[in-house]
Design a protein around this ligand. Sequence first.
Ligand code: V47
Ligand code: SF4
Length: 364
Amino acid sequence: MQLLKGDFYDNMGIGDIRAKVLTGDRLTFEDGMRLFDCPEPLAVGALAHLVRTRMHGDKTFYVINQHIKYTNVCVNGCVFCAYQREEGQKGGFTLSIDEAIAKIDSAALTPREIHIVGGCHPKLELNYFEELLSAIKTKLPDVVLKCFTAVEIAHFAELENLPTKVVLARLNKAGLDMLPGGGAEIFAPKIREQICPRKSTAEEWLTIHEEAHGLGMKTNCTMLFGHIESRKDRIDHLIRLRESQDRSSGYTCFIPLPFLTENSQLSIEKPLTGLVELRTIAISRLMLDNIPHIKAYWVMLGIKQAQAALKFGADDFDGTVVEEKIGHEAGATSEQGLTRTDLQEMIRGCGCTPIERDGFFNQV
Ligand code: V47
Ligand code: SF4
């Protein structure tokens, strides 16, 4: 590829970074910052595409999955969140176990992965979640249950006055297979204090994921970007995830989430440009050398940008989703759900090979 020629990168001032990427050497914090400063975003994208191709060829993964939100009632009130309601507020909902099961029954395809998250409800007890997981596993023994962010786990632990590790072990016994990546937002304490002051700290979030890995569970990780954080905060976030993975090696996939502004109390001066989104995804691929997959989450990115992300380091397209609430309350214009054929066509349309996977990224 013309872009990958050495002279071009020397002229862009990142010839040494290109050399490290070619030999598979780890990039430093300063390297990450210089990738943000590089005048040519396509040069950064081409390096990320090289790494993605080295790891996965032209494969792009997708899964027949279903998202279920059990409640939007939440005590945390994060400033950026358009989804949360106070207890008793109009528009608040909490599903009974039967209602959650009915959602699975009404999906067009039997999911291989079910992603369940919700707000930090002030009253729901751990029993409710254990019953929910075991009811689903009784119905669908082979489904991968990817449920509850580290922030929810910390909340359950506080309500029950139990250590987070005990909560994780109880949920794991009831059928929990993986933790999703949400709640990480941005780890930098100064930003976290402003956008989600009541949420678990970065250290708590990372500890809970490492505890889950210690119990044999896999987890995902995310970064919410394009609000009030700086480029430095983004690189800091990626390096903290990389160090956590060095310690416990249980992260499967990283999901970069561009901030959607509608219905949010957080006002920002300049919304992200499409190219900054793509550059951030590419830099994530380059910095996170120990995390196998990068997800182009079509719900938040929009389908066309998610397709472009497949050439900027991403290798996973998430899945059918069925019903999404968090992004759509914040102005996402993407569909609510996609079919298997939609996903395959979108992936093929980018010159990639669609690979159907289960929740653990095994090809099915
Ligand atoms: O933690 C909330 C983000 C996350 C907004 O693990 C917003 O496979 C953009 O983590 N604009 C939840 N983002 C979603 C999530 C996720 C999604 C898909 C797959 C996986 C996985 C994880 O959504 C929250 C927060 O960072 N979010 N509000 C917003 N206005
Ligand atoms: Fe609650 Fe999650 Fe929204 Fe924060 S982002 S207010 S924790 S639902």
